[in-house]
Structures are given as C-alpha cells and as structure tokens.
Write a protein that binds this ligand. Sequence first.
Ligand code: PHE
Length: 328
Amino acid sequence: MTDPVHLDALEAEARGEIERADSIQELREARARYLGRRGSISTRLRSIGQLDPEQRAAAGQAVNAAKQRVELWVQKRQTELEGESQSRSLSERRLDATLPPPRRARGALHPVTRVERDMAEFFSSLGFEIEDGPEVETEYNNFDALNIPADHPSRDLQDTFFVAGGHVLRTHTSPVQIRAMTGREPPFRFIAPGRVYRCDSDGTHSPLFHQIEGFYVDENVTMADLKGVLYAFARHIFGEVELRFRAHYFPFTEPSAEIDFRWGERWLEWGGCGMIHPRVLENCGIDSARYRGFAFGMGIDRVAMDRYGVPSISLLFDGDVRVLEQIR
Ligand code: PHE
C-alpha cells in the first residue's frame, strides 16, 4: 500500500493536475483531491497506522515528503496564477494616452446674453459706461422719481408685480437713470441692460423680459443726437434697417417717441425714447436749466428672436435645452 512505486505515480499525477490548473478555483480542487481531508495522499498517511510497526517510520517519512512536495507545487502554481491574473487585469486596464478624451457637452451663452453683450459693446465704443440696478426696486425709483404719479395706469396692479415694503419688480430699466444720475455732475452717458418684469404673458410678451436703457446728459444734447445714436445702434444690430419714430407719451420724457423697426412688411415695436423730463433731472439734483439729456429704453428679446429665428418669446426663457441647443 505504501509501496514507493505507487506513491511516485500518485505524486506525478498530482503534480500534473496542479500544473495544468488554469485558475485558483481549479487549483484548489486539485489540491483537495490529494491533500484534502479525503485526498488520496492524506488517506495514505492515515493508513500508515495499519502497517507493521517496523515499516511505519519509513513509510511515514516517504508519504510526508511527498505531501510536502505536492504542497510546494500548489504554492508555486498559485503564485503563477495570481501573477497572471494581475498582469491580465493590468493590460485590460491599460490607458491609451493617444485616444481623444470623451466629448463633453459644451455650454453656450444664452441668445439674449449674446445680443445684450453685442449691444453693450456697441455703446462702449461710443463712450457709454455700463450702469447696473437691482431688479427689486423701490416704488420711488421705478415710478415717482420718473414723474409717474401714483394714479398713473402703468402702476396698475395688472402690470406691476408688487413686493412688500414699497418695492416692486422693476417694470423697466428706467429707474437706473435715477440711481446713476443722483449725485453725479453731467456730462455723462450710460447704458443699463437688464431684466424687467411685467404681469403680461402671450406669444410676444413674457412676464420677464430684457431692456437696455441708455441716457446721455450734457449742456447741448438734442433730439437729433438721440436719433443719430439710435440709427447707428439699429444699423449695428440689424444692418440696413428702416426705423420709425412715432410721437408718444412717457411721463419721464418730453417730447417722447416710440421706435419701430421694419421687418419685411411689418413694423415691430422696439422701444421708447425722448428728451429727459426736466422734473426727472431735478429729482436727481441736476440743474435742468443748464443740462438736458436724452433717454431710450429698447427691448433685447425681440432682437434675439429675430436673430436666432425663435418664434415665441417663452421659448427663450423656458430653459428647454433642446431649444437652446438649436440656437447655439
Ligand atoms: N421705460 C420705457 C418703457 O419701458 C422706455 C423708455 C425709456 C422711454 C427711456 C423713454 C425713455 O416703455
């Protein structure tokens, strides 16, 4: 039973299986077949007790030596297999530094922002500075200081979003005139682009929209200066374009006009303008006997709609990425 020939054959068989094992799992199974509790070498070792006492020592040594060698082959194969699996996973994870990086979705400026910046650049080139004001404005700056009396229809609940504490969401950018002119000595010229709010909503009106205010105060400013600046502005924005000044009324300008631009067969309303009312100048501490100024307030959104072919104003502000991607 413990004859060396059979033991040698068993050991050779074990070695072959161990060396052929292709995975840690197969190796474990092979080991169990020989060295496990019921493994053939372990069984041999247990059966030594049944031998004649004088044979036991030699047989025990032989089987133990075989067992140790098999254990060594298992360890050797295990080290090999672990090395292989490590280098395999390394090569699978290898980076190819020459591949282009994954494409990232790129953001873009909103069409209104682009038009607004284009307009601001134009006026900067004429020496206008940019002035800013809050969207939550005092009723005083939005109305009273602009010579809009308390019973004026534009203060109506239907147009104005009132905020607690004598504040409103500014209904136009004109209150920035008050902020910029108060405490300043002319001459000066400013533009003030920004968001304005009115309780109004249909295909061409949105409760939030954008205006750009412009005003210029000096000793000899005239309506002709105003028209000259607005024509140059319109040509910058639209190229060759026809403008139409319609006599109008604003409490804060006198005289006043509305400005339309021609779009194909149609005239589109673009904004309002006029010579700053002396009372507005006085409200800001400016000597209206010495100084006069012009002011205008133009819509920005309609220009963006034209330029990017956006059919409805709400599409500009719904924040639908599918729309914004098309007008990138
Ligand atoms: N604030 C006016 C509006 O929103 C436009 C305007 C601005 C008119 C400046 C005259 C002068 O309709």
